[in-house]
Design a protein around this ligand. Structure first.
Ligand code: 6R9
Length: 664
């Protein structure tokens, strides 16, 4: 890195405009942002870094309700991988998200359910939520779930998904949500890895006008999960579904049997709250584990400061509860702060491209949060679809992938009418909540930059070659954090060594994000994307190794290499190179089979956009696949392949180029 890598940061950052919090956003504000100015942020930020114990103990007592206070604010270190926060404290997540608001104001709306079909939704108040969560908690207990057990949740975006999260946490169990777009095989692997004995699901799902056979997928998955003793099924469509007596129970039949209150289990701060599987460099997804108090604090703090949440707001995060964005910003942040959260079952394109904007109009949404991939789709559909009247909108969030400057500007000008602030929030499943992000109403922004670190986050740019931290501004490298923060993941379920090796042993004393980043002349951060074998398709995080493993399961595949390529709509797209076994013939039918194989073993969202059947893969003499060469060929940079003489068979490069050319 060093000198030659400086120039792009400097050039880019000096050319972009800085946007200040829009005056019109402040004018229509119901009161005022929680911080008075950028200087106010800087002063608090400094305190959060130099006196984290003081800063976070104050915030933890202010934002969370404790059953027992803590004395030790923070202990352990990144180097040892034994970080713990608010150690002696006790609290319950569902109490903090539901009870305390229900007691104060039971009629306040907690969930705004916007069903797949417009006008089929309903609202759930905090009082109703408490009753429903309590009943389901009773049912789970009856099904044998105990404190510390994991419960798998395989549900679409319906209020019952949120109720399930909360019922699980109420009895001290650990939720392990599996995105309902995952295949039976993926669900099976996660149920087995998490040792879940109970699964919560629906008969069917409904999305974009289409039905999804959720229960059938669960049944397929559970054929190989002998330890699962119970499946709780919410009736969403009333379809005829297969039933296993003694194992399957109807949600509506069970909840009627139980009273509408159950006391929340008293949990220690560091008791596990949930597992969420995510992709990394290796084939097997990791069960990232978050603990109770630290995660809740991260969610509440970012909800308050990043999104400027105030009493009476209506918050709409378009993410799915199957991913971390849905966990933290559909469920935890808004409910911790006692506001209304939109649970949207559908897609931005159904019944037409106005759907998001109509939801915002109808429910007078104040904050909206979505991935750039959806914005690219909607921008391409045309400005006419954005004709809704959205006068209450103050904050427009972006998450999951870099947002291109022209999409950022479209979001600001066309969607927000320059009356709402854009917050480009950088974070990860492992960070639990936003870590590099503007604070709405406070931080000036530059299109394409996630801007400045959140409280308690001390970023470091590291030279990946020397492993040394690069100090000062106008620098480029990989992104790491120097201090533990409350909502960081504590371990990978059943694989602590993997946790250490992936995040904490790469640069000793730092948490390594896996992303490249630049820090410009004003200290603003620019996220460049993953430096490991992770591809980001439509904001979904996929591992190339995992897709390769899926392809190899096909009987005709000898070897496979998967790379991410730039894609106009999805950000990145998956392209696969497959070497087939002797006796198999390359054909369109075979390519289709390979795509189906990935859909079946991971899920439709991971399907390769292109499959190239090649005679062999470019490999070093030690057998390492040179994915870099494949990326260059796809980018049309065949003249920049570098030295290929180290390959075991240099002539293979020419053959692969021919295959790619023929396909294009
Ligand atoms: C929240 C979430 C994490 C990866 C992360 C990075 C990318 C997330 C981003 C962003 C640029 C942003 N990412 N937010 N890249 N700008 N604002 O997406 O979690 O699914 O774990 O993905 O997503 O590459 O490392 P997760």
């Amino acid at each position: 890195m060093g000198e030659q890598s400086k120039s792009p940061v400097v050039a880019e950052a000096h050319l972009v405009d800085t946007y200040h919090p829009p005056a019109k956003m402040l004018e229509k504000h119901p009161s005022k942002p929680h911080l008075s100015s950028l200087e106010h942020y800087q002063q608090l930020y400094k305190e959060s870094i130099t006196e984290p114990e003081k800063f976070f103990s104050t915030k933890a007592r202010e934002l969370l309700t404790w059953q027992r206070d803590f004395q030790t604010v923070r202990t352990g270190s990144l180097a040892n991988g034994d970080v713990a926060w608010f150690v002696e404290g006790q609290l319950n997540a569902s109490y903090n998200l539901v009870d305390r608001h229900a007691f104060k104001d039971p009629n306040r709306v907690a969930l705004i359910y916007e069903a797949d079909e417009p006008n089929e939704g309903r609202n759930v108040t905090y009082g109703e939520l408490l009753r429903e969560v309590s009943r389901v908690a009773h049912v789970l207990r009856k099904m044998g779930v105990r404190k510390g057990d994991t419960v798998a949740i395989y549900l679409p975006m319906i209020p019952e998904a949120v109720i399930a999260f909360l019922a699980v946490t109420r009895i001290g169990a650990i939720h392990s949500v599996v995105f309902a777009g995952f295949s039976a095989d993926s669900l099976r692997d996660r149920v087995i890895d998490a040792q879940s004995k109970v699964v919560i699901t629906t008969d069917e799902g409904k999305r974009g006008g289409k039905l999804i056979g959720t229960k059938k997928i669960v049944d397929d998955a559970l054929k190989q999960c002998p330890d699962v003793t119970g499946v709780l099924v919410y009736k969403r469509t009333g379809a005829d579904i297969p039933w296993t007596p003694g194992r399957d129970l109807w949600w509506h039949e069970e909840v009627e049997k139980w009273p509408s209150y159950i006391a929340p289990e008293v949990m220690n701060s560091e008791d596990p709250l949930f597992l969420l599987y995510t992709s990394g460099s290796t084939g097997k997804p990791k069960g990232v584990m978050h603990t109770t108090a630290g995660y809740l604090l991260g969610a509440a703090l970012t909800g308050k400061y990043v999104f400027d949440i105030h009493d009476g707001d209506r918050y709409f995060c378009g993410g799915d509860v199957g991913w971390i964005t849905g966990h933290t910003y559909v469920v935890y942040a808004p409910l911790l702060l006692g506001v209304s959260t939109v649970v949207f079952e559908g897609t931005p394109a159904y019944p037409n491209f106005s759907r998001y904007w109509e939801i915002i109009e109808k429910h007078e949404v104040t904050q909206f949060y979505v991935a750039p991939t959806a914005l690219r789709l909607l921008k391409r559909a045309g400005d006419d679809y954005v004709k809704a009247h959205m006068p209450k909108l103050r904050v427009l969030g972006s998450v999951g992938e870099p947002i291109a400057a022209e999409v950022w500007k479209w979001y600001f000008e066309v969607v927000g009418k320059e009356e709402a602030q854009i917050v480009d929030t950088y974070w990860q499943t492992e960070t639990g909540s936003n870590v590099i992000t503007p604070l709405a109403g406070v931080t000036p922004t530059k299109p394409g930059s996630a801007s400045l670190p959140f409280f308690g986050i001390e970023p470091a740019i590291i030279d990946p070659i020397s492993g040394e931290e690069i100090h000062g501004n106008d620098v480029e490298g990989v992104l790491a954090f120097k201090q533990p923060w409350p909502s960081m993941a504590r371990t990978v379920w059943g694989a602590h060594k993997r946790y250490m090796d992936t995040y904490l042993n790469v640069y000793k004393g730092y948490y390594f994000t896996g992303d490249g980043a630049g820090r410009d002349h004003e200290g603003f951060y620019w996220i460049r994307g993953r430096v490991d074998d992770v591809v980001n398709v439509s904001g979904h995080r996929l591992s190339t190794a995992e897709i390769e493993a899926a392809l190899i399961e096909h009987h005709s595949v000898a070897e496979a290499a998967v790379v991410g390529v730039a894609d106009e709509l999805t950000g990145q797209a998956v392209n696969a190179f497959v070497a087939i076994k002797n006796g198999s013939e390359a054909s369109d039918a075979l390519r289709k089979e390979f795509i189906l194989q990935v859909r079946k073993s991971i899920g439709p969202f991971a399907a390769p956009k292109a499959v190239y059947i090649v005679p062999d893969l470019p490999k070093t003499r030690s057998g390492k696949i040179m994915r870099r060469i494949l990326r260059k060929i796809l980018a049309g940079e065949e003249d920049q392949l570098g030295d290929v003489t180290t390959l075991s068979d240099p002539s293979i490069v020419e053959k692969i180029i021919n295959v790619v050319h023929e396909a294009k």
